[in-house]
Design a protein around this ligand. Structure first.
Ligand code: ZN
Length: 267
């Protein structure tokens, strides 16, 4: 195991597999972004067949309104800024939402148990979109590829479509998309920071992210069906970190208001 770890570091430092995350962290990236995007798109199509798509037009409009405001603020440095995003509302009691590489967003109606206003929904979607922008799926796939098969197989996987299935399993998207596998604490913090910026730039009140995670803990106390919370612990640590970040995003929020970005997304 130690050998593999050293191999990973060597690979990261000396070869082309090392990238820098939006917060300046070194990342091991072994897969092409277009391959990971393709995985996301395929998974989303599968999910649309498996899950019941909501017929509630008002709620669907509400979710799309918030999601569109968020993705509109994706900075140009990311490929995703010009991406065509698709947003679906699934009729399911799960307290859950996700964003996928390839530009797909899914929200479960169960999320409304924890999300009480547009700003709180923006906090969830900002966070999930941030995971995509920071290439966390690619990073997670790369790490598991390295741990499972070593450098040679990882190298093969880049060009060989027969490796796609194990890759999808590593993503956890065979059954229900990437959210089933928890992100690391570092990735979570990164998505929180970046997500907070996105929601503030879109004109949503960043302070509501704190209320959201408090609601989330409460709602899940009553209802154990929360994929989101099982992969996104709403602990004091997260809330403390978000609190610390509020001052940093306050100018972004003020600027958004100045520019007239005042989303009016309602049920
Ligand atoms: Zn997360």
């Amino acid at each position: 195991m130690k050998k593999l770890w050293l191999l990973g570091i060597a690979l990261c430092v000396f070869l082309v597999a090392c990238a820098t995350s939006p917060t300046g962290r070194r990342q091991l990236i072994l897969f092409g972004d277009s391959d990971v995007a393709q995985l996301g798109l395929t998974s989303f199509e599968q999910l649309k067949k498996q899950e019941k798509i909501s017929t509630n037009k008002k709620e669907t409009r509400y979710v799309r309104c918030v999601a569109e405001a968020i993705v509109h603020e994706i900075p140009a440095q990311y490929n995703y800024s010009s991406q065509d995003w698709q947003v679906e509302l699934f009729d399911s009691p799960d307290i859950n939402a996700f964003a996928l590489p390839g530009g797909r967003i899914g929200v479960y109606t169960g999320l409304f148990k924890a999300v009480k206003n547009q700003d709180q929904l923006a906090a969830v979607l900002g966070h999930e979109v941030a995971h995509v922008l920071a290439r966390h799926s690619n990073e997670r796939l790369s790490q598991s590829q390295l741990a499972n098969m070593g450098m040679l197989a990882a190298d093969t996987a880049l060009g060989d479509s027969t490796y796609r299935e194990p890759a999808m399993a590593a993503l956890g998207i065979g059954a229900q998309v990437g959210v089933l596998l928890p992100y690391s604490r570092i990735q979570e913090s990164e998505a929180d920071v970046l997500g907070l910026q996105l929601m503030a730039m879109a004109g949503f009140n960043p302070e509501q992210s704190i209320v959201l995670w408090q609601n989330m803990a409460q709602a899940t106390g009553k209802n154990k069906q929360s994929e989101l919370l099982s992969t996104h612990p709403s602990d004091q640590h997260r809330i403390d970190e978000l609190n610390q970040q509020l001052a940093a995003v306050a100018p972004l929020y003020a600027k958004a208001k100045e520019l007239g970005r005042k989303p009016q997304c309602q049920f």
